[in-house]
Design a binder for this molecule. Sequence first.
Ligand code: NAD
Length: 331
Amino acid sequence: MKTRFTELFGVEHPIAQGGMQWVGRASLVSAVANAGALGFITALTQPTPEDLVKEIKACREMTDRPFGVNLTILPALKPPPYAEYRQAIIESGIKIVETAGYKPQEHVDDFKKHGIKIIHKCTAVRHGLSAERMGVDAISIDGFECAGHPGEDDIPGLILIAAAADKIKIPMLASGGFGDARGLVAALALGAEGVNMGTRFMCTVESPIHQKVKEQIVANDERATNLIFRTLHNTARVAKNLVSEEVVAIEKKGGAKIEDIMHLVSGQRGKVVYEAGDPDYGIWSAGMVQGLIHDIPTCKDLVERIVSEAEALIRGRLEGFLNGKTAKAAE
Ligand code: NAD
């Protein structure tokens, strides 16, 4: 499949693996690249900008295909040195960046100055339009189904992607809730030029998280998420577990401050979930798409399956409707 996304970023398939804290490391990103999709190393997963430089180098040793780096700007207890991470990305010769979060202007300006192509991930049409005006090359529009931060408008992909496609002119990836061929074909129909998948790529052989967490994703259904930080206007969709249930209960009482829940939500605690494989130890991100994830394939098998099934869906089921076949026969 050729789309404006594959042409712009020089990849084989219209599929991306966007930033994921503690997950977007060289092992996964190189496997995604070798599968012909576009992977992103998550900058802030690396403790320092120097470590990021090493991670980019390690990724280059495992693939000669294009890959990018994600830089996300969110509220943090100790704000990371964003400008230093940005400099590390530029000096490493990275040519594709995914930005996400608040006020990316200074980052966008600097990346553009260095000839870097930018996909900005956002959760509202108005933010997509504003990023387009800032000069980014593509938008990743992220529906309410997504893992991580869905914003505060609660607009699901079915509406958000189509509404964004009506207004945004640059190429768009559909994000949030995508994990299989049906999602990809739907995204293309809604006006996107490809999909961005997070949770689906977390649950692959090469994903650098504990096997038990992958098995938990397979066991979970589409209801197994919680929305935390609603009352702090920093909503995050995370896996439903003992810790996220406790956070929701505290927030429901009203008046909770970040200090009241920090011992529960700290990223360091979430990191242990992925390393030690205890899904109830801390907060970890997962989307509603868990309900569509039933296995732990290699990235290559996953990407090949999505692309070949998408082709079969379009040529079989969809074209079948035009040829007057019934849905069943068209399959
Ligand atoms: P952390 O331990 O400082 O914070 C844990 C969580 O609490 C985060 O989700 C953060 O957004 C939230 N938080 C912190 N202070 C807050 C406040 N004052 N109001 C509302 N919410 C608040 O951070 P971490 O999880 O260790 O992450 C480290 C860095 O990585 C942070 O800068 C974070 O923004 C970033 N990050 C990146 C991604 C990504 O996918 N690229 C995802 C999550 C976090």
